[in-house]
Design a binder for this molecule. Sequence first.
Ligand SMILES: Cc1cc2nc3c(=O)[nH]c(=O)nc-3n(C[C@H](O)[C@H](O)[C@H](O)COP(=O)(O)OP(=O)(O)OC[C@H]3O[C@@H](n4cnc5c(N)ncnc54)[C@H](O)[C@@H]3O)c2cc1C
Length: 475
Amino acid sequence: MSHDCDVLVVGLGPVGAALCALLAREGVTAIAVEKESAVYPLPRAAHFDHEIMRLFQKLGIAGEMQAASQVAPAYEFRNAAGQILMRYDLIAQGSPSGWAPSYMFHQPSLEVALRRLAGESPHVQLRLPRTLRSFDQDPEGVTAIVDGPEGPETVRARWMVACDGAKSPVREALGIGLDDFGFDEPWLVIDALVSDPSRLPAANLQICDPARPTTCLVMSQGRHRWEFMLLPGETPEDLLDEGVIRELLRPWNCDDVVEIERKAVYRFHGRVARRWREGRVLLAGDAAHQTPPFAGQGMCSGLRDVDNLAWKLAAVIRRDADPALLDSYQTEREPQVRSVIQLAITMGRVVCISDPQAAAQRDAGMLAQRAAGGEAPPPAPLRLGPGVLLDGGGEYFPQPWSETGRMDDVLGDGPWLIERASVRGGPLAPFADRLEPWFDSRGVEAVLVRPDRYVFGTGPVEVLKAAWADGVGPL
Ligand SMILES: Cc1cc2nc3c(=O)[nH]c(=O)nc-3n(C[C@H](O)[C@H](O)[C@H](O)COP(=O)(O)OP(=O)(O)OC[C@H]3O[C@@H](n4cnc5c(N)ncnc54)[C@H](O)[C@@H]3O)c2cc1C
């Protein structure tokens, strides 16, 4: 049976749409099916980090996303009395990717941009509204039955990637269970349009008030986010009531400049799917893992998934790499995902204390720690787990920049083989002052950087070339 496309992407949230755009750049054909016609209308992601902005740079939408977002200056945890318990000075932290550490944005604007990008490619067909009803796989591909406006359709693909969200019908159909981190807290989330942002805090705040743990976030220009923890005995309906929301917002003294745009109650939890690949079907994004939002990383993790997966699928489909390459997707990404979920839960456990005595103890401990140590250090950069890596591989490769621009724009897509000796003379000369110290601190002569901008390995050029050809394909 012939194939309609290389990859069937199920779900066009940010992760599915980004996967389509990445596959298109690799010349891989994709059909994406999405059950809804419009992007998800309720409040979700408000933050993405510098690595994600670098991914947007690769996709050609960094300028658009810069215009649609704001750089986050700081992230503060305060107690009920307003004292700072912990503070990340985000701008001072800097980043290795050539972008600001943290951006605040409006998820639907990004989803519209990613869908447009995917839809513009001749390699991608976006089919919506279409609901995946069932699928079957065999050694050569996946056959899916999709319900559309004119009845059922069959789609035959070499591979299928389920980006179908936290409830993932594909994951369910495969009988893949979830490891649960045992964190489960209900919160009301409100997005508001703001006519005078100067009346609201410029930093992102966690108000660790045991009487009502609260989050207050900057979003894209003209928007603000509040999140309120439900207390024991409260129901979602109680908190979604407009009068109750007005009362919750009263302490912020912004009634006359704020208009509620969207509201929802979510249960925040941490979960990881036990298997991310079953034959020719892979899971990505919320289908593979979910995190509480305290570190602003759920969507970021999903976008890292597809940045890891897209070039591997391309190597298997277009360059006949061994499909076993795709097993490294989970072994590399899962340890990173688990660390991020653990960080978010640690933050959540600080915020979600509703017992006044326990909160007082927490405050005393954190105030003493801050008095002794100052600002919270940035989270350590996360290495990949074991996978398509040689010695010296697995770390994130920085993007130097100069007044002439950013390095990735000079080098373009694909893997990069960079020799220390050639940095000064060629197109990388504007970045030499930042690149040479990287080689010198590691004492290496060359590096091979993967398309997802993690280091494949360091060492002699011929060794790197041969190992890449062996595992992935010719350079
Ligand atoms: C309150 C809140 C705050 C958050 N804050 C942040 C943050 O600041 N930063 C961050 O990075 N993340 C954040 N997140 C997480 C982020 O929103 C999610 O991780 C992200 O939306 C997941 O993207 P996805 O594409 O994997 O899944 P989704 O966006 O859920 O998309 C899945 C898609 O699959 C479709 N689908 C499902 N089943 C089928 C089917 N059978 N056939 C066809 N289509 C189907 C759905 O309609 C949907 O469009 C937050 C989440 C919440 C709830």
